[in-house]
Design a protein around this ligand. Structure first.
Ligand code: ATP
Length: 137
């Protein structure tokens, strides 16, 4: 569909990159239809990333995602999921294309500044995890 879900992760917030990243998102044609500064609990992160719970980096991932506030947002644009994945770049910033958000702002595979949903189905699930219906415009 035309919506995706994103988080500006704790490293991006700590480094004061919220403004620059939101500028890039807006300049790339996405409309922000929901947004908040929030912090995930351990339980939240374990649920959100349940698909990775057998992976060796799971504990580290939960620690990272809960260590400070994040910006959660829902974005609207034609072809939103795929176009946003292109805008953020590869999971590992070393592999991310020039000009992508991860190339510009991520530190490492573990601390990679932003999340973008990988399917329409997950975009809907992840948006509903963070926002109630009346918080999405
Ligand atoms: P995201 O779901 O955050 O958009 P992604 O879809 O590019 O990222 P996934 O493979 O779904 O990547 O991994 C989810 C997150 O887990 C990554 O964004 C990263 O923060 C962390 N992660 C993934 N692989 C590793 C790894 N090998 N070591 C440490 N952390 C990792």
């Amino acid at each position: 569909t035309n919506r995706t879900f994103t988080m500006l992760k704790p490293d991006a917030v700590e480094k004061r990159h919220i403004g620059a990243i939101l500028d890039k998102i807006s300049a790339s044609g996405f409309r922000i239809v929901a947004m908040k500064l929030t912090q995930m609990t351990k339980g939240d992160a374990e649920t959100f990333y349940a698909i990775h719970n057998e992976r060796p980096f799971f504990g580290e991932l939960v620690e990272y995602m809960t260590r400070g506030p994040i910006v959660a947002a829902v974005l609207e644009k034609e072809n939103a999921v795929e176009d946003f994945r292109t805008l953020i770049g590869a999971t590992n910033p070393a592999d991310a294309a020039e000009g992508t958000i991860r190339k510009l702002y991520a530190t490492s595979m573990g601390e990679n500044a932003v999340h973008g949903s990988d399917s329409d189905e997950n975009a809907a699930i992840e948006s509903a995890f963070h926002f109630s219906g009346r918080e999405i415009f």
